[in-house]
Write a new protein. Structure first.
Length: 639
């Protein structure tokens, strides 16, 4: 059962933005300031630019394959089921863990409001469990309701952030921005002033870049929108505008908010603050400003939690569809059209993860997200170089392959800068996923991936069929909301034959008889005679390139077609030019409507300006079939 397509531009924008606006802006700037001083403003701006470059390849892949599972779906189709299983499970873990952090933050606010200083770990666990149950139920009820909830949250968040910028931008202290790059050292429980560096010095650039890596988690929510792309209406437009709009708007908001924050708080206070935005608001707006930002941070955690469960639950769904994990994860609730079981298991995993040490797991989640960016950019390189014809994104990244190579190098540096432990934990999770594939997925999965097509360009010792191309072709139909008609189904079932020699009409009819007589249950000679008589009545060549021989037989429900490409041509007696595309079919006497629709469909396809060129250039019979199925034409009601 398919997921409902209910999400538009505003939903994509809000899910992406809501997944980004969280601790990355409301908590992290104080820690970032202690590492780089006012230069952390530039670090956030650079982070937004790098995130934009990284997400471009994700957008390209999403417009080509708008399916549940996001980066897992792309990676598996490009690099194979083993890499897909590992990356899919890691992404599920990462987004679930980030969602757990947000839920932990919500529970902290709730329990503090209820119990004050008497909060216990049991209170926190109960509150976290109840919050998780709320979001699980919200997402099971329907993606439309969950997305509307997300839109409302983001509108409120952006409004509060706009007021913060508007009120704080007026009286900034210019001295607060110098020295621009400055580190602070820990003395006891607090930070004190350390060293200052010139921006173009080795230490200055190193400090700036390492801080950019540190705060990059603030932009980690972009991948979440890609995982729900199957539920997006007109993904070629809404995914592109939603993600690019989101990263642009959030980068601008982050930069302006940090300019205000640095310009209104003294450096020592800011370096030691875990609530820097709220502390700045308290200075220029009093208690109202302070509690408004505290409310905004609470809403940000709620937004991240909601978007996180929505996105994370689509990974098991996609993996189950590919038979890499049990089929139960792929089941869609008939009433709500949501993957209820996958959502519930994701909620259980989130509740369990709340009992684990969070510091290293947070960095592990960040490293996995960075790894996902690396792999998705590598996917674009593989898919483009593999010469797969049905890889047809509606958005293609410019300056290929320099953008992809730059992102891969930059994000690899970011992962290394996170330290040994996150990389080690990633390795442990990857090994667990590897064993799951070996003992389950490898026994169930059969299919192709783009890397095989790429290797085929180097060696002829690899056997590649047409399964991946067929899957991409079907995805294009789904993406374009194409409702297949009788002619599409006929073409899918038809035999396509490639002949590399000159044919006479008699030879043509003998070839088609070999393929049709068994299904039609008439003799070869009888069928050949029917086509010979039809041709004597009037020539079925509709132009110099195409012919449509067709006959009606005394059967009620039969409809069969053979499609032949003859590179040297078939002599239909229409002058010196010989026909190279032959659509030959037989229909029953009660199928006159489908008979006429078939004639009209073929005539419409062959009128396309580039049909003849594409017909002759198609590599084999499979690509001829794809050419017909992906041609633009009017489709008829199946009735």
């Amino acid at each position: 059962m398919e997921l409902k397509k209910e999400l538009g531009f505003l939903d994509v924008f809000s899910i992406s933005s809501g997944a980004m606006i969280s601790s990355g802006i409301f908590i992290l700037p104080g820690l970032a300031f202690s590492k780089a001083g006012p230069a952390m403003i530039l670090s956030y701006f650079l982070g937004g630019i790098i995130a934009f470059l990284g997400i471009l390849s994700v957008i390209e892949l999403t417009t080509a394959m708008p399916k549940a599972g996001g980066d897992y779906f792309f990676i598996k189709r490009a690099m194979g089921p083993l890499t897909g299983t590992v990356s899919g499970m890691l992404s599920w873990f990462a987004i679930s863990l980030k969602t757990a952090f947000a839920i932990f933050g919500i529970a902290g606010v709730i329990t503090t409001a209820l119990y004050g200083d008497g909060v216990t770990s049991l209170n926190m666990m109960i509150a976290s469990f109840l919050v998780t149950v709320f979001f699980v139920i919200l997402n099971i009820v329907g993606v439309d309701l969950a997305s509307k909830f997300e839109v409302a949250l983001v509108v409120v968040l952006l409004t509060i952030m706009t007021v913060y910028i508007g009120q704080g931008i007026g009286n900034l202290d210019g001295n607060s921005y110098a020295p621009f790059i400055q580190t602070f050292k820990k003395v006891g429980p607090d930070f004190v002033e350390g060293e200052a560096y010139k921006i173009f010095s080795v230490k200055g650039m190193g400090t700036l870049l390492s801080t950019t890596a540190f705060i990059f988690v603030s932009f980690g929510g972009l991948l979440k929108a890609a995982s729900i792309s199957e539920e997006v209406k007109d993904p070629g437009k809404n995914i592109v505008l939603g993600l690019i709009g989101s990263i642009g708007v959030i980068t601008i908001y982050y930069t302006l908010m940090l300019i205000v924050t640095v310009g209104r708080i003294d450096d020592i206070t800011l370096a030691n603050s875990l609530t820097p935005i709220a502390d700045a608001a308290h200075i220029f707006s009093g208690s109202i400003g302070y509690y408004s930002i505290i409310t905004a941070s609470m809403l940000a955690f709620v937004s991240t939690a909601n978007a996180g469960i929505m996105a994370a639950s689509r990974y098991p769904l996609a993996m189950a569809r590919d038979n890499l994990i049990p089929d139960r994860f792929s089941r869609i609730n008939e009433r709500t059209k949501t993957p209820a079981f996958s959502i519930i298991v994701t909620g259980i995993f989130i509740c369990t993860s709340l009992m684990l040490p969070l510091e290293y797991l947070a960095k592990t989640a960040s490293s996995v997200i960075l790894l996902a960016y690396i792999l998705t950019n590598l996917c674009v390189l593989i898919l483009r170089e593999s010469n797969i014809k049905n890889y047809r994104p509606t958005f293609k990244v410019k300056f290929y392959p320099w953008v992809q190579c730059g992102v891969i190098v930059t994000f690899s540096y970011f992962i290394l800068s996170l330290g040994f432990m996150p990389i080690f934990l990633c390795f442990i999770l990857a090994v667990g996923s590897l064993f799951m594939y070996i003992f389950y997925g490898s026994k169930k999965y059969s299919g192709e991936y783009a890397l095989l097509h790429l290797l085929l360009r180097v060696t002829k010792n690899i056997n590649v069929e047409h399964h991946l191309e067929e899957e991409l072709r079907d995805i294009i139909h789904e993406r374009e909301d194409v409702k297949l008609d009788h002619f599409d189904l006929l073409i899918k079932e038809s035999n396509f034959i490639d002949v590399n020699r000159l044919l006479s009409l008699e030879e043509l009819f003998k070839i088609e008889a070999e393929y049709l007589t068994e299904d039609l249950k008439i003799s070869k000679d009888e069928l050949i005679d029917l086509f010979r008589k039809r041709e004597e009545q009037s020539c079925t060549a509709i132009n110099h390139f195409t012919a449509i021989p067709h006959v009606v037989i005394d059967r009620e429900d039969i409809f069969k077609m053979v499609v032949i490409r003859c590179s040297e041509g078939v002599n239909f007696g229409v002058g010196s030019e010989r026909v190279k595309a032959v659509f030959l079919f037989v229909s029953g006497r009660n199928l006159s409507r489908q008979h006429l629709q078939t004639l009209a469909s073929i005539a419409s396809i062959v009128k396309n300006e580039d049909f003849e060129e594409k017909w002759l250039e198609a590599e084999n019979e499979n690509y001829l079939k794809d050419l017909i199925l992906l041609s633009e034409r009017k489709r008829f009601d199946k009735r």
